[in-house]
Design a protein around this ligand. Structure first.
Ligand SMILES: Nc1ncnc2c1ncn2[C@@H]1O[C@H](COP(=O)(O)OP(=O)(O)OP(=O)(O)O)[C@@H](O)[C@H]1O
Ligand SMILES: [Mg+2]
Length: 379
């Protein structure tokens, strides 16, 4: 489709614009998936208000969702994000699947501790879904998967309520609905949920030959050493290569009542100055959120560490561990070479594993590996 095709739906148009700008390669399967997402975006119009609402006296008709499924790096998250931006609703939410489930479990636990939760007829699932249903007509879930029976059972009960209330689900996953929780213990208990899911979403496969994430990093040097305008210019170049030429925009990540400010984000990558990421009061949970939200994190101006910077050093170590565990790519400028990163003996001992991981994180094996490890949970 040419970029100027004004009759195309909003997701197709956004995709074509990025292809036209050279930020993305044309991919026929992605274009096809975008057309399915156009259907959903066009169907999800703001609810009528005022007289119209009183005349209709009902919620808008439910719009079946989409379940994008395929191997890693095929562009599922990228498409879901384009779709999410294109939906003209305020009552929409995009969240990483693990974070969503964490939130539900935390809500249920809190309800059980409350006075209402101790009542004989207490229904914790109803209690956690009520506020969700009030504020959400579209729920986008990134990296959907079912790993254990507790989550599987909860999912069934949650989704029954979401579907009954007409909430549209758009999800990305590496696993087709029929293969969810395959070979899991008591799998038959999950089958009604799978059947309900399939009734409410169009399953759209995205199985092109290319892992774009892998292609992006092939042959790339991700670390720079030294300070000054030349190094900064190199980092700018690296960033544009990563985003296909997009400068990026500020973004925020919400995590259980906290907000993490991301100075610049584009195409699955986030860019920070070291001070903003490790010299400010961020903690383990924030770094996990970051590693769920982005494929690549750029950190500029990493200093040499010594005892006077021990808090920032601890945070940096935690950040590197979190990104490493999740296979997230790190791009960074360091003031000094890695073997001088720790400026005194005590700091050197603390940094031993971090430096070893940093060494590995520059390697082609790490950068181009196709499979990312499953997530550690947020706790
Ligand atoms: N058509 C394309 N041309 C160039 N780059 C692309 C294209 N599609 C996706 N990418 C880039 O490839 C990377 C991987 O895409 P994305 O994160 O959407 O993959 P995914 O299918 O969600 O993978 P995973 O299953 O691992 O989550 C992103 O940086 C994205 O911007
Ligand atoms: Mg993804």
């Amino acid at each position: 489709m040419p970029p100027s095709d004004a009759t195309a739906g909003p997701v197709s148009q956004a995709l074509a614009r990025l292809v036209g700008d050279g930020a993305l390669r044309f991919d026929a399967l992605q274009a096809e998936a975008a057309r399915e997402l156009d259907r959903v975006a066009t169907g999800l119009q703001p609810a009528p208000t005022g007289l119209m609402a009183r005349l209709l006296r009902s919620r808008p008709a439910p719009v079946p969702g989409v379940y994008l499924v395929g191997h890693v790096g095929r562009g599922k998250t990228m498409l879901m994000d384009l779709f999410f931006s294109a939906v003209p609703l305020a009552e929409k939410r995009r969240v990483h699947f693990h974070e969503f489930m964490d939130e539900m479990h935390a809500g249920i636990a809190a309800f059980r501790r409350s006075a209402q939760g101790k009542a004989a007829n207490a229904d914790p699932v109803a209690a956690v879904t009520r506020p969700l249903l009030q504020s959400t007509r579209l729920l986008c879930l990134d990296e959907f998967q079912v790993q254990d029976i507790t989550n599987a059972m909860l999912l069934g009960r949650l989704f029954d309520r979401l579907f009954a209330a007409g909430v549209t689900i758009v999800a990305t996953s590496n696993t087709a609905p029929d293969d969810l929780y395959a070979d899991g213990l008591n799998r038959q208990l999950v089958l009604p949920f799978i059947a309900a899911l399939k009734r409410h979403v169009a399953v759209v496969p995205l199985e092109g030959p290319d892992d774009y994430r892998r292609l992006k990093f092939a042959g790339e040097r991700v670390f720079r050493f030294g300070t000054g305008p030349e190094i900064d210019a190199e980092m700018d170049r690296l960033w544009l290569r990563l985003t296909g030429g997009l400068a990026g925009e500020p973004a925020t990540l919400a995590s259980l009542g906290r907000t993490i400010a991301v100075p610049r984000a584009a195409m699955g990558a986030a860019r920070f100055d070291f001070a903003a990421l490790c010299d400010s009061p961020l903690g383990a949970r924030d770094y996990v959120r970051l590693s769920h939200a982005y494929d690549a994190v750029m950190v500029e101006h990493v200093p040499q560490f010594d005892r006077t910077r021990s808090n920032a050093a601890k945070r940096f170590i935690l950040l590197v561990d979190t990104l490493y565990d999740r296979g997230v790519r790190l791009l960074a400028s360091f003031a000094v070479p890695l073997d001088e990163l720790a400026g005194d003996d005590r700091t050197r001992a603390e940094f031993a594993r971090c430096v070893s991981r940093l060494m590995e994180m520059q390697s082609a094996d790490y950068l181009e590996r196709a499979e990312r490890p499953l997530h550690a949970t947020a706790d």
